[in-house]
Ligand binder design. Sequence first.
Ligand code: TAP
Length: 489
Amino acid sequence: MTVQNQLFINGEFVDAIDGGRIDVLNPHDNSLITSIAEARQNDIDRAVAAAQAAFPAWSRMQAAERGHLLMKLADAIEANIDELVEIESRDTGHPVRDCRNLDVPRTAFTFRYFGGMADKVQGSEIPVEPGFLNYVKREPLGVVGQVVPWNFPLMFTSWKMGPALAAGNTVVLKPAELTPLSTLKIAELMAQVGFPPGVVNIVPGYGHTAGQYLAEHPQVAKIAFTGSTDVGRKIVGASAGNLKRVQLELGGKGANIVFDDANIKAAVGGSAFAIFHNQGQACIAGSRLILQESIADEFLDGFLTLAQSIRLGDPSDPSTEMGPLTSKQHQQRVLNYCDIARQEGGEILLGGKVPDDVALSGGCYVEPTVVRAQSSDRVCQEEVFGPFVAVTTFKDEEEALAIANGTQYGLGGGLWTQNLSRAHRFADQMRNGMVWVNCYKRVNPGSPFGGVGSSGYGREMGFEAMHDYTEAKSVWINVDAQIPPFYPR
Ligand code: TAP
């Protein structure tokens, strides 16, 4: 496997001006994959300057042509699937099974979707007073800064860059320093398929230096951020200097409610996927399992049996279903929450520790963990971001809704029921950006993705994202209006 380990600025791979380097580790055994160039302020300045220089031609390029390039990129991603699977799996710990079936194909799918969207964003004509023509154009914003986390680095390139580029913006993107390799591979493919230099610039670096500086940068028109709520607040502060637009996709504490009339088998399988896929490192993970009392025991029997059977192991093994967490630091954070659960009097029903298997002892593994808790406990209120689900019970619909809406977050949540009226009632009343009924964590590039409350604001995906990456310009033309003088003389 060969990997890019430099910055990508103005269409070329280059070293950092200040020369810092960051080690990138394989979380399966913490072995060194490579060390990458670390972008600091001078590099961010170069990247922003390159994006600014590229903006006039890119924004004036025929929209269909921009779309064509995004589609060519999607084709190139599919043609390079083997390499991308290997890079993403080694860098993040995602099982190759998931990278091959989800991360890589979904990335191509999303770039292709936004390729098709490029020439579908239309303005409008407003019926104003006779004699005037008023039309509204949707114009790109300029240079867009994007900061992405380590949990889905490859897929997030398409979520973030797809709509921004389709709309005619140019991009400076900072991947998490833990997982920059698939993003750099995408940059390489972009250069190969013919994206003009400067349209996309990739600047791996630390969040508190490179990320913060990008968010503050006076020449950046918008900052789009995915990550923790705490850093989201810093981004808002940093954006104030030039009042840049902000889009925040932050944490979540997904309520996954199972009613007594649910199809229990389907709910068990869907709930396991909701929390254990990607080792629970997903903002939309169903991390709170909220069970109706009358079916709680039956449900937990099936759920614990399934969770126990999940094949934990080396992500490069095609039979592995759950890999390591992304870093030692994050593994420790999740284990700390296991301790917090114990201290709060929670009952650990499964896991709560690193696996006994010595073959995994050098890596960042945590067993699938199921904890019975109270809805006011920290483990039911704070984002753990690991294979850790907190179970609570409820008596009736009213109580279920109060628990579901009882955190600061409002990203994704769902319910399992055969009662259609209840499904719609709940979908209306859940204080969330996304609701799933008899499924969980469904995402499609056409469907808006984002949250309310401490989960952030703005939307990724679909027309909503295109809207967020453009500005409305209202143009008035006096066609033949006779305007009486305002100051008759
Ligand atoms: P964050 O610190 O929020 O990191 C996310 C991204 O923001 C990374 O690229 C990070 O860079 C960057 N960043 C950090 N400080 C920044 C700043 N001051 N200005 C601009 N960018 C900055 O998340 P984390 O520490 O990796 O994880 C902590 C917790 O955040 C997790 O346990 C989880 O609860 C939550 N989280 C949520 C999400 C989603 S999808 N909503 C994703 C990741 C984490 P560096 O990594 O290079 O420092």
